[in-house]
Design a protein around this ligand. Structure first.
Ligand SMILES: Cc1cc2nc3c(=O)[nH]c(=O)nc-3n(C[C@H](O)[C@H](O)[C@H](O)COP(=O)(O)OP(=O)(O)OC[C@H]3O[C@@H](n4cnc5c(N)ncnc54)[C@H](O)[C@@H]3O)c2cc1C
Length: 460
């Protein structure tokens, strides 16, 4: 067995571990930070995401909006200093509905987001006075509004989003939102961290030694054999495996995982709008089938569910530069908890279901029903807590820390969550949202009470 020392050992070189290493080394001045991962950096979940971000999050309390605003501040700073190497844009998210009753929900969510610090709500109904709707910019992130635009003025909807289904009655457009290249962001932070002394070891962490109630050493299996690293600090940043890594610390983490699959298609007919924001259909729906297709699907127990009602939330965005034909589509209609296993398996009907669901919002996709584009599938797990808030902070054992349960928001949240954890470890002043993300929140009677009436998780 070989041995060495480190100030901090981080298990997991996904975006969470890398962001923590970046903040510890570049901003907190911690010299010997060691990332240990059995896979190449950013290769398990962090390169499978839709790469979107938003400050549009529900309460209770402003913690989630504050943390995301801080994360987006960091993203913008990193974009400035790197010449926008990771193509941060600010096209926003666009939630659309054909149901008049949803307009009040949109307004309620927007008023709540406004009160939590996400920016002002602007109403465009053709009657209410106020600033004109500012059209989105395809590239860049500067000089764009924040808050959200609620549009019920039909002419304005058609003018700006002519591709939406004709029966769309309202859209809400949160503006401090968009997407970026997660791989480029992660590699940029990793490069900076390495220049500040961070090292990366390929290996499987299988033991954390304790002495006198605190972390003493970490053991990892590498190709060269077992290595023992003397360290006072161990960070669990193991993504979908935070639970088994928690067991190494005798810590039961209250998390579970859902499988989320993404499809990429080559839009050979050029019918998907390249200038779109992230498009989300906010109504339940039934998939469009011809009579003869319905009859065939109804015959078989394995396909009958495709005739049922599917939940809201099918979403899609263009990927790559203006002339790229790639479109990303996601729709998690099955959110049952599962055990994370790799390689992932998925419902073979998923690509057709997602495409047909998306066509409810974008009818121009209908010509694909008979000759669907070949789908590329990937995805991973949303590992999450019951209220869909992350775990960032100390664990019971002194010197043990966690950054995880990043669910479907780990790319957008990691810049601020990595900073938050580095402040915990370095003993720096913590931002006001810190207590909301600590594991110890579940011991607080007030928080337990809050959990009982928790309504929205903000998940897409
Ligand atoms: C389909 C999909 C779409 C998504 N869309 C978005 C989005 O639009 N925006 C957004 O912000 N987020 C999105 N997410 C969520 C985001 O991808 C995740 O929250 C984020 O990648 C989690 O990062 P992580 O570093 O915690 O985990 P990971 O990237 O999984 O990294 C964990 C690392 O830990 C390593 N590891 C685990 N156990 C051990 C061990 N014992 N020893 C050594 N190494 C170990 C693994 O090898 C892995 O590399 C999406 C996720 C999915 C699946």
């Amino acid at each position: 067995m070989s041995s060495r020392t480190a100030d901090v050992v981080i298990c997991g070189a996904g975006i969470a571990g890398i962001s923590t290493a970046y903040h510890l080394s570049v901003h907190a001045g911690v010299r010997q930070v060691l990332l240990v991962d059995e896979r190449p950096p950013l290769s398990l979940t962090s390169d499978k995401s839709t790469e979107c971000y938003r400050n549009w999050w529900p309460g209770p309390g402003p913690a989630m909006v504050q943390m995301m605003n801080r994360s987006i501040d960091i993203l913008e700073d990193l974009a400035e200093e790197s010449g926008n190497r990771f193509n941060l844009n600010r096209r926003g998210y666009l939630f659309a509905t054909a149901d008049l009753a949803r307009i009040e929900d949109f307004k309620t969510h927007a008023r709540e987001a406004e009160s939590l610090g996400a920016g002002a709500l602007r109403i465009h109904d053709g009657q209410t006075a106020g600033p004109a709707y500012q059209a989105l910019q395809m590239e860049g992130y500067r000089d764009q509004p924040d808050g959200a635009d609620l549009i019920t003025d039909q002419a304005l909807i058609r003018e700006n989003f002519p591709y939406l289904s004709e029966d769309t009655v309202a859209v809400i457009h949160p503006r401090r939102a968009g997407w970026f290249s997660a791989q480029q962001l992660g590699m940029y932070m990793l490069e900076q961290a390495r220049q500040h002394g961070v090292q990366l070891i390929e290996g499987h962490v299988d033991r954390v030694e304790q002495q006198g109630g605190r972390v003493e050493a970490v053991q990892a299996r590498t190709k060269q054999g077992v290595i023992r690293i003397d360290t006072p600090h161990f960070v669990n940043a193991a993504g979908p495996f935070i639970k088994p890594v928690g067991v190494l610390l005798n810590e039961h983490l209250p998390v579970f995982s859902e499988l989320h699959i993404k499809i990429s298609i080559n839009d050979r007919l050029g019918v998907f709008p390249r200038n779109a924001p992230l498009l989300i259909w906010s109504d339940e729906l039934q998939l469009p089938w011809r009579e003869e297709e319905r009859a065939i699907l109804a015959e078989d127990d394995e396909t009958r569910y495709m005739l049922g009602t599917f939940p809201e939330g099918v979403h899609a965005r263009p990927e790559g530069p203006q002339d790229s034909p790639i479109v990303l589509i996601l729709w998690t209609y099955d959110t049952d908890p599962v055990q994370p296993t790799f390689p992932i398996t998925y419902d073979s009907n998923y690509p057709e279901i997602a495409l047909r669901g998306l066509a409810r919002m974008l009818p121009a996709l209908e010509p694909y029903f008979d000759r669907p584009p070949k789908p590329w599938l990937d995805g991973g797990y949303y590992t999450k807590t019951e209220e869909n808030r992350p775990l960032v902070g100390p664990l019971s054992l002194d010197g043990a820390w966690i950054i995880g349960a990043l669910s479907g928001f780990g790319l957008m949240a990691s810049p601020a969550c990595g900073e938050l954890l580095s402040k915990h470890i370095a003993g720096a002043d913590l931002p006001p949202y810190a207590p909301w993300f600590q594991l110890s929140r579940y011991e607080d009677p007030e928080y337990k009470k809050l959990l009982k009436s928790w309504e929205q998780t903000g998940q897409l």
